[in-house]
Design a protein around this ligand. Structure first.
Ligand code: CO
Length: 137
């Protein structure tokens, strides 16, 4: 069901500093920051030849990643995003398997303007998983 690794997301306390680390120390190409008020985060993407790293920092008072940062002051790995071709079919399969889709269980528009859902870490080896629907090639 899952396809390519789309990105690994890292929550950081200082987005500009994190982007500079990836750009200057690691020599990667990084995008400009984008505010996603619906998701309560600001993101920078690190473009890799085979995937992306999503750097996330809280935006606003009710950010879903603030708690993560409270528990991990220096930041840390937050979620892994896999691509799927049919998100609604994937949700149906996963719920039939007993997995928990977070929120209201319905797709929302994610950082790339594509439908996404998040899956509870308890069902996936302690890892928060994002599924993003990518048009079939
Ligand atoms: Co993500």
């Amino acid at each position: 069901m899952i396809g390519r690794l789309n990105h690994v997301a890292i929550v950081v306390p200082d987005l500009a500093a994190a982007a500079a680390v990836y750009k200057n120390s690691l020599g990667a190409t990084v995008t400009d920051p984008v505010d996603l008020p619906d998701h309560g985060v600001t993101t920078v993407f690190v473009e890799l030849p085979n995937s992306k790293i999503e750097l996330l920092t809280p935006l606003g008072d009710a950010s879903p990643v603030q708690n993560f940062l409270n528990n991990n002051a220096k930041g840390g790995m937050h979620h892994i995003c896999y691509e799927v071709h049919d998100l609604n079919a994937s949700i149906a399969h996963l719920t039939a398997q007993g997995a928990t889709v977070l929120g209201d269980g319905k797709p929302r528009i994610g950082a790339h303007g594509l439908p996404v859902v998040f899956l509870h870490p308890k069902d996936f080896c302690g890892t928060l998983i994002e599924l993003e629907e990518i048009a079939a090639a």
